[in-house]
Design a protein. Structure first.
Length: 131
């Protein structure tokens, strides 16, 4: 039986990756070494491991690429204002509403991981329920 599941993203800068999520999204550090950091926010977990650590099988030690990490929030407009206020967070997709039931924006975390910050909204357009 599975007792836990969470992503562990390989990184070339574990400390910067962890700091991004603790400072920007309120994650707390539950374990920290120079090569690995485990974070938690409520029941959600996220971890980072150094891509060059010996526990990574030979030939697979590449920083995470092509990853889109979704974080759902209660007030995406407030999150957007807070995350972009300092001008030090790169926005890959500006805040917008989608017919498929999301109001969201995407920022770039250290190492190039995309973070899609989402507030669920009612479906519209072709995704709206026919009554």
């Amino acid at each position: 039986m599975i007792t836990s599941s969470y992503p562990v993203l390989m990184s070339t800068d574990v400390a910067a990756s962890a700091r991004f999520f603790t400072e920007r999204f309120g994650f707390e550090t539950v374990f920290e070494a120079d090569w690995y950091v485990s974070l938690r926010q409520g029941t959600w977990e996220l971890a980072f491991v150094a891509a060059d650590h010996p526990t990574i099988p030979h030939g697979f030690g590449t920083a995470a690429t092509g990853v889109l990490l979704n974080i759902e929030v209660d007030q995406v407009d407030d999150a957007y204002a807070r995350l972009t206020a300092g001008g030090d967070v790169r926005v890959a997709l500006e805040l917008r509403s989608e017919d498929f039931g999301q109001r969201h924006f995407i920022v770039v975390a250290p190492g190039g991981v995309l973070v899609d910050v989402i507030e669920p909204i009612p479906f519209t357009g072709e995704f709206a329920a026919d009554d």
